[in-house]
Design a protein around this ligand. Structure first.
Ligand code: PLP
Length: 405
């Protein structure tokens, strides 16, 4: 008997979660590991949000809610969109899910037919392509260049669109590069989107973590016509340090929301009632905690970018947001030491080889760039204390030095 479903043939386990799990396992065994793997803020969830969850339990908010979320949370989300983005939505245009990941997954289940194409600019978040494939769509990967700030150009987009193109994914600020689109850059992409009438999935999960006074925009904010073609995915995981609470949300056309609701009603039903109460407090409460966390991330960004760029053969763009850096290793790949390492291994991916050696010999966990569609780099999450950043990067520098000898 063949027990494995065919759909497993097109996907892999999330590499970021796998690396975080391996680093945690080694730490548990007593190894002194510095892990740049995890895609989550290291801060505590703010106290007033935890209090709201405790109150919800005490008030007996412990039962099923409406599948697509409580009216109270939907109203908080509507308020957030108005306050932060100037976007107006009605309740039937909002859905709450078990994390942004589920919202994105259900969006694709609700919109794709077999063979529909989804344009994904690379480097991309690890899950997009696999989610699209699970939903029987075709992931069309468009590589962007480090020299162009890892941003998709309108010309590139125009060229990639075919009669089968249904959705373009935009993730700004980006995981893994930290690149973010300005309003005028989005306007240029928006013209192409309108011309071909494709949908945009705007993944705004890192909206609140941006630096140097950057003004966040998404494509739905540009015009009512673009808003009609946009599905915005967002959530509380990153902005409020609430990764474990599992609340994400989406806003978009009524038909899509209704179909996502149907899918959710036959799969997970509502997200946790207690987490929904906490998310409501997060979105409607004092937003100072968000700005404070973003400020701390900016300080760490400055630290890690400076340290990495000082390593010969390593080059890193300055991220505009999120809490990742995506250093290029092309100079390191040219060293005799790395060439020798590659010759002695059956591993074809240079970034995988680099990361395996880094973890094995230098006790630093990082995610190979190939997982994000670019083998020239590795991704480091700097959601950690400054001492750990210094310790981890000095170990990377030591490995690069050893390879250069
Ligand atoms: C780009 C991006 N989108 C969406 C998510 C989903 O986050 P969550 O499911 O915790 O809301 C993540 C998490 O790593 C992410 O990096």
């Amino acid at each position: 008997m063949e027990w494995n479903a065919r759909r497993l043939d097109v996907i892999e386990p999330s590499p970021t979660l796998a690396i975080s799990a391996k680093a945690a396992e080694l730490k548990k065994k007593g190894e002194d590991i510095v892990s740049f793997g995890a895609g989550e803020p290291d801060f505590e969830t703010p106290a007033h949000i935890k209090e709201a969850a405790k109150k919800a339990i005490d008030k007996g908010q412990t039962r099923y809610t409406a599948v697509s979320g409580t009216v109270e949370l939907k109203n908080a989300i509507i308020t957030k969109f108005k306050r932060d983005n100037g976007l107006e939505y009605s309740t039937n245009q909002i859905i709450v899910g078990t994390g942004g990941k589920q919202v994105i997954y259900n969006f694709f289940l609700a919109t794709l037919n077999p063979g529909d194409e989804v344009i994904i600019p690379a480097p991309y978040w690890v899950s997009y392509a696999d989610i699209v494939r699970l939903a029987e769509g075709k992931a069309v990967i468009l590589p962007t260049k480090k020299e162009e700030g890892f941003l998709l150009s309108p010309e590139q987009l125009e060229k990639a669109i075919t009669p089968k193109t249904k959705v373009l994914i935009l993730n700004s600020p980006s995981n893994p590069t930290g690149a973010a689109y300005s309003r005028s850059q989005l306007e240029a992409l928006g013209k192409v989107v309108l011309k071909h009438k494709i949908m945009v999935l705007s993944d705004d999960i890192y909206e609140c973590i941006n630096f140097d006074g950057f003004q966040f925009s998404n494509i739905a904010m540009l015009s009512p016509e673009l808003k009609e073609l946009t599905f915005v995915a967002n959530g509380v995981s990153k902005a409020y340090s609430m990764t474990g609470w599992r609340i994400g949300y989406g806003a978009g056309p009524v038909d899509i929301i209704r179909n996502m609701d149907t899918i959710q009603s036959q799969s997970t039903s509502n997200p946790s009632s207690i987490s929904q109460a906490a998310a409501e407090a997060a979105l409607t409460g004092d937003q100072d905690c968000v700005a404070e966390m973003a400020k701390a991330f900016q300080k760490r960004r400055d630290l890690i970018v400076g340290l990495l760029n000082a390593i010969p053969g390593v080059e890193v763009n300055v991220p505009q947001g999120a809490f990742y850096v995506f250093p290029y290793l092309t100079g390191v790949y040219e060293t005799e030491g790395f060439k020798k390492l590659a010759a002695s291994s059956s591993e074809k991916s240079k970034s995988k080889l680099f990361c395996a050696h880094l973890l094995d010999k230098y006790k630093v966990a990082a995610v190979p760039g190939i997982a994000f569609g670019d083998d020239n780099a590795l991704r480091l999450s700097y959601a950690m204390g400054e001492e750990d950043i210094k310790k981890g990067v000095s170990r990377i520098a030591e490995m690069v030095r050893d390879l250069s000898l």
